[in-house]
Design a protein around this ligand. Structure first.
Ligand SMILES: O=P(O)(O)OC[C@H]1O[C@H](OP(=O)(O)OP(=O)(O)O)[C@H](O)[C@@H]1O
Ligand SMILES: NC(=O)CC[C@H](N)C(=O)O
Ligand SMILES: [Mg+2]
Length: 483
């Protein structure tokens, strides 16, 4: 277990991945899958298929619906395809940093898409460049492609495993060669990846909601430290890391996953509702109405209302033409998206003692704006409740948790937060409460069931690139300035 406790401001991100093998509408089904995973990344999207000879590929800035409508069979033909939804990374959002990425390896073409963040990518990249690699993007993901290309092992799968054994951090990968669809999950299982089936075709996706949208059945989760290989011969499974209990990212339950997804056999919606029950028990409040901060705060607010007996009302209306704000790449973008996204519903708020329930407070952008808005709409009292514990540590595995110096709860005392937010009271779910809502009676402190470093500071993997203070070192991965 690594303890980490210093500032850092490199961007990190979350993404959605999808892959399918054995269906003549592979690219169309991939577009649908990506559509269901849009909440995981809204900056760019891409699909690469294999048509028996070549790898048709389209990569665009923007959302899936803007680019991948209509019949894709002519544009992206083939029986196999992979796709990716992205938001910015260790390379800024620009054309050369869109996935899937592709390389002509000695053994043939290889396309790959990655959700997560590698914690030794900069170190590896440095070595690779020294050895002559020419990088085409500034994404951490690209080091995997170079490591596969340079591996001395003879077979593709061995080369991939060789590469994965060199990288650290969080990853759920889908990859496509002329013969195979592969899926891999890091040794800790930080990022999610599920396996599904649609008739004779196999499907890989970040979340089960992407299986549901195409009518595929859930088979199982890809395990931590496992590579699955899907080909005309069926499916094979290989372990590339020592068996250890998984420690998936707890923030999937809090915020990332869609509520209708099933993660480790648990309904995300039900977990969030139970977080609301627990929150009401831990931080009770005398009030007239429970108001969720849409979207992700809704199930917890419902749970809070059920447990407290205080009525649930939609006191904030969400504009459906604005996406998620937290995963916007810049602070200006986040601020303006928040203003456009939420409007007060005066009929519910005026003259009331309001409990606002959100899933989390990260930088405090949303909560500050929402409180001000609800106050202006005439609320008599405002009590803010977060259905997760205070976020006091950055994330390095695929969530844009920014610098510690930007994390609201990391830089303020409880009293300061109450004053800054201008609320009558403020409450957070406890770490034991979060575990209990997920269905784990206690946190195993020797080997936590979940990666909960954002709350506890205990990181489940080495943080090679982030362990030293590099504030005076060059952080840019490329000198090319094509933003
Ligand atoms: O404290 P902050 O830095 O503002 O971040 C926290 C907010 O960001 C997320 O919402 P987001 O708008 O991203 O998505 P949602 O619609 O799924 O709730 C989260 O649900 C909180 O509301
Ligand atoms: N959001 C993601 O998980 C993206 C994966 C990868 N780190 C990238 O830079 O694109
Ligand atoms: Mg929100």
């Amino acid at each position: 277990m690594v303890h980490f406790d210093h500032d850092d401001d490199k961007p990190r991100e979350e993404c959605g991945v999808f892959g399918i093998f054995g269906n003549h509408e592979a690219s169309l089904l991939t577009a649908l899958g990506l559509h269901a995973l849009q909440h995981r990344g809204q900056e760019a999207c891409g699909i690469t298929s294999f048509d028996g000879k070549r790898f048709p590929s389209e990569r665009h800035m923007g959302m899936v619906g803007e680019h991948f409508g209509g019949d894709l069979r002519a544009r992206l033909p083939g029986h196999a395809a992979i796709g990716h939804n992205r938001y910015s990374t260790q390379g800024r959002p620009m054309l050369r940093n869109i996935q899937p990425i592709f390389a002509d390896l000695a053994g043939g073409g290889f396309a790959m898409a990655h959700n997560g963040n590698l914690t030794n990518a900069r170190e590896l990249r440095h070595q690779l460049v020294q050895d002559g690699s020419i990088f085409q993007s500034t994404m951490d993901t690209e080091v995997i492609l170079h490591l596969v290309a340079r591996s001395s092992r003879p077979r593709f799968l061995e080369r991939l495993i060789d590469a994965l054994q060199k990288v650290e951090g969080g990853y759920a990968l889908v990859g496509l060669t002329g013969k195979k669809l592969v899926g891999a999950r890091d040794p800790v299982g930080l990022r999610p990846l599920v396996l599904g089936r649609l008739g004779d075709a196999y499907v890989l996706a970040s979340e089960t909601c992407a299986l549901d949208i195409i009518g595929a059945e859930f088979v199982r989760e890809v395990e931590n430290g496992e590579v699955v290989v899907i080909s005309d011969k069926g499916i094979e499974s290989h372990r590339f890391a020592q068996a250890r209990p998984a420690s998936p990212c707890i923030f999937e339950y809090v915020y990332f996953a869609r509520p209708d997804s099933i993660v480790q056999g648990r309904s995300v919606y039900e977990v969030r509702r139970r977080m609301g029950h627990q929150l009401a028990a831990e931080t009770p409040c005398d009030a007239d109405v429970i108001v969720p901060v849409p979207d992700s705060g809704v199930p917890a607010a419902l749970g809070f209302s059920e447990a407290s007996g205080i009525p649930f009302q939609m006191g904030i209306i969400r504009n459906h033409y604005v996406g998620r704000t937290f995963i916007q790449p810049t602070q200006t973008g986040r601020q303006s998206a928040i203003s456009k996204k939420h409007s007060p519903n005066k009929a519910v708020l005026e003259g009331k003692r309001v409990v606002l329930v959100d899933d989390s407070i990260v930088r405090g952008n949303t909560s500050k704006k929402i409180v001000q808005m609800v106050k202006e709409a005439g609320a008599k009292e405002i009590h803010f409740r977060s259905a997760s514990p205070p976020i006091i540590n950055p994330d390095f595995y695929g969530i844009d948790m920014a610098a510690k110096s930007e994390l609201f709860a990391a830089i303020h005392t409880h009293e300061e937060m109450v004053r800054e937010l201008k609320v009558n009271s403020l409450g957070f779910l406890s770490v034991p409460g979060l575990y209990s809502a997920i269905g784990e009676p206690v946190r195993n402190n020797m080997m936590p069931q979940f990666a909960d470093h954002c709350f506890t500071g205990e990181y489940p993997t080495p943080l090679v690139d982030y362990e030293h203070d590099e504030s005076d070192k060059e952080r840019q991965l490329s000198l090319l300035d094509d933003a």
